[in-house]
Design a binder for this molecule. Structure first.
Ligand code: APR
Length: 310
């Protein structure tokens, strides 16, 4: 039997995630959305493309949560996307309600799944999903760092005119303007980028990474990024479904690591068949600690606001 991946929210990010998952032949895919016809139409269209990818997977769309039954991985992209001029945090109350309702359905129909949240504001939505599902932290976490570090990799490769394949990049913290791109731990074939890019230029690149989501929103005007976010969440799903033990930055509940408790925050973790299998702690220097504290404080405020509306 093939693995089963359900994607809740068949909008721009959900459809792109389905497309990437199908192309990688990761498993059968179920798209669920509230809008009648949209998940069914997108699902059928993607299913009809599978011969072109030479893959054997089933893709269906549905408005009924019963169809996610027995899913190995559930990805939540449902919600309202950020519009131009709107901050992620402004999305909070609308999307908290949506993610809370969906989480209840997941508990009913896919209680054993590994749940990956994509809906923004990300860290707050991970908090909502964890609180409602009561899943252990190993089975509920969020996609943010993979996207942010991918953007960082793209900009580094572009700056140095080297292959993206040779660039690794690290981003810590909340998914927002306070995220901490870690230049010291970002390398080109093992060479720290601090050796290759002058500090003032690096600061500009880091700034661009922090505002990466906003840059796309400003260009699109009517929606937010979807190609990279959709592909990024499938990188995580693939690590789980293939038990790859990949080390990727994800938003997970910390239980004392990095001096943080009971708060979802982006840190490097090991992803495998059991989900989030290990939090990897790294040493931060004084400057990085300061920035990390700032992002922790920002997430704390976000969670405080979330608690008020839940
Ligand atoms: N249940 C299921 N689907 C829902 C629900 C719900 N309760 N509420 C909304 N949706 C669906 C919408 O019908 C829509 O198809 O979620 C989908 C969201 O898709 P888009 O509006 O295209 O938004 P998208 O760009 O995909 O972004 C989704 O991902 O990256 C984040 O910030 C982004 O929070 C946003 C989310």
């Amino acid at each position: 039997m093939r693995p089963k991946i359900s994607i809740i929210g068949a909008g721009m990010v959900g459809a792109q995630a389905a497309y990437v998952a199908a192309g990688k032949e990761l498993g059968d895919i179920v798209l669920v959305d509230v809008v009648e016809g949209v998940p069914q139409g997108k699902g059928l269209d993607l299913y009809e493309a599978t011969p072109l990818f030479d893959v054997d997977v089933n893709v269906i769309g549905s408005n009924d949560y019963a169809s996610i039954k027995g899913s190995d991985v559930v990805i939540v992209t449902a919600g309202v996307p950020r519009k131009s001029g709107m901050s992620r945090d402004e999305l909070l109350s609308i999307n908290a309600k949506i993610v809370s309702d969906i989480s209840k359905q997941i508990v009913t129909y896919a209680p054993k799944c590994i749940l990956i949240i994509v809906t923004n504001p990300l860290d707050a939505m991970v908090y909502v999903a964890k609180k409602v599902t009561k899943f252990p932290r190993e089975r509920v976490f969020g996609m943010a760092g993979v996207l942010d570090s991918t953007r960082f990799r793209t900009f580094i490769a572009d700056e140095l005119k080297v292959s993206v394949e040779d660039v690794t990049a690290f981003v810590l913290g909340g998914h927002g303007d306070t995220m901490v791109p870690l230049a010291r731990y970002s390398t080109v074939a093992g060479i720290p980028i601090t050796e290759l890019i002058p500090k003032n230029r690096l600061d500009q690149i880091i700034d661009r990474v922090r505002n990466g989501g906003g840059e796309i929103v400003n260009l699109l005007k009517t929606g937010s990024a979807f190609y990279a976010p959709g592909a990024a969440v499938i990188e995580m799903a693939e690590a789980v479904l293939k038990d790859k033990k990949r080390v990727l930055p994800c938003s997970v509940f910390l239980e004392g690591e990095y001096g943080v408790k009971e708060l979802p925050i982006g840190v490097p973790v090991k992803l495998g068949a059991k989900g989030m299998e290990q939090v990897m702690e790294i040493t931060l220097n004084a400057e990085e600690k300061k920035l990390f504290q700032k992002t922790v404080d920002a997430v704390k405020n976000l969670i405080h606001d979330t608690d008020k509306i839940m």
